[in-house]
Design a protein around this ligand. Structure first.
Ligand code: TYM
Length: 332
């Protein structure tokens, strides 16, 4: 029986951080042997924020190096740059013809971007979900490993897939599902007490896979906490719950249990918790950081991985696009 198809990507807007790792990359690595996987660097998507020509390739290489450092193997899955697959852009065009202004304007990430940056509301930003749908549907993927923040985009992908199928009376596109860890889709919080880890909450609140140990320690020690619980078994406020969520990501169960007990009997010292969290984050990130540095130094090697991925991704994309063109009624 044919394997299920998996597809996902990361936007190259800086180095990868722990949110990207636990929300997406860790699952990419887990899935590469079980499914037919396509993992790309979303370097078309990054154009919505107008990077300079000089930074595009460099930023994409940084993501690719992190993919490899985390354990993705170009022999076991397809790793490529989104911009090496122009078939995606053509499918995006077709999907946009049936994507409506009202539904695009209601997307939470679009509304957030408009609020943050009212002077850069371009059509690419508005149609971000159709490009994302094209990424996924070009390989007819059924499973998409992503963090919790991408749930709505996946819902829209299903809408566009279903709309195309209904419109043309076809069954070409499966309806893809967002997948996370066995416990569900993950949200890694920022260190500032609220929001999710990522560029928009600021670099001081985000632990990058390229951060040196001293940088990690400094960021973690400054993380937001409060004056401590005053009653046994009190509900944790958001900033404390977030520290525990980070601890659960990088520390052992025993460590988490230990600090939970201290919290519940009101003897916790947040300085101790943060020190442990920083130690465990450093232990987790440092091997990855070192591998990323080595891989980035081998620009030829990275280029070979990109070339190999382009070929494999192209075969799959062409199969879908030939079908789409035929179904729409273009000369075959
Ligand atoms: P991006 O680049 O913002 O993030 C890449 C992946 O990392 C996850 N993620 C998180 N997960 C948990 N906690 C966090 N704090 C956190 N921050 C980021 C995201 O959920 C995502 O899985 N639109 C996508 C890129 C994309 C894509 C696609 C993904 C383009 N086309 C097709 C899947 C399929 C994005 O901007 O992710």
């Amino acid at each position: 029986m044919a394997k299920d198809i998996v597809c996902s990507g990361v936007r190259p807007t800086g180095n990868l951080h722990l949110g990207n790792y636990f929300g997406a990359l860790r699952n990419f690595v887990r899935m590469q042997d079980e499914y037919d996987c396509y993992f790309f660097v979303a370097d078309y998507h990054s154009l919505t924020t107008h990077p300079t020509p000089g930074s595009i390739y460099n930023d994409a290489s940084a993501i690719l190096a992190a993919y490899l450092a985390a354990g993705l193997d170009p022999e076991r899955c397809t790793i490529y740059l989104q911009s090496d697959l122009p078939e995606t852009a053509e499918l995006y065009l077709f999907l946009n013809m049936n994507a409506y202004l009202g539904e695009l304007e209601r997307v939470t990430s679009f509304k957030d971007k408009v609020r943050q940056n009212p002077n850069n509301v371009n059509a690419g930003l508005l149609t971000y979900p159709t490009l994302m749908a094209a990424d996924i549907l070009i390989h007819r993927a059924t499973r998409v490993p992503v963090g919790k923040d991408q749930e709505q985009h996946l819902e829209m992908t299903r809408t566009y897939a279903q709309r195309f199928n209904t419109m043309y009376g076809s069954e070409l596109f499966p309806l893809p599902q967002a997948v996370g860890s066995p416990a569900g889709l993950v949200k890694i919080p920022a260190l500032n007490g609220s929001g999710k880890m990522g560029k928009s909450e600021g670099e001081a609140s985000t632990i990058f896979l390229t951060d040196e140990p001293s940088v990690i320690r400094k960021k973690v020690m400054k993380a937001k906490s409060d004056s401590g619980p005053t009653e046994p078994n009190q509900k944790k406020p958001e900033e404390i719950e977030n520290l525990f969520a980070l601890l659960r990501a990088v520390s052992t169960e025993e460590t988490v249990r230990h600090f939970d007990e201290l919290y519940n009997n009101c003897t916790i010292r947040y300085g101790d918790l943060k020190k442990q969290l920083a130690d465990d984050m450093v232990a987790f990130v440092e091997p990855l950081r070192q591998r990323i540095v080595e891989l980035r130094a081998d620009s030829e090697g990275l280029r070979r991985v990109m070339d190999m991925g382009r070929e494999k991704a192209h075969e799959s994309a062409k199969r879908t696009l030939d079908e789409v063109r035929r179904i729409i009624g273009y000369r075959h």
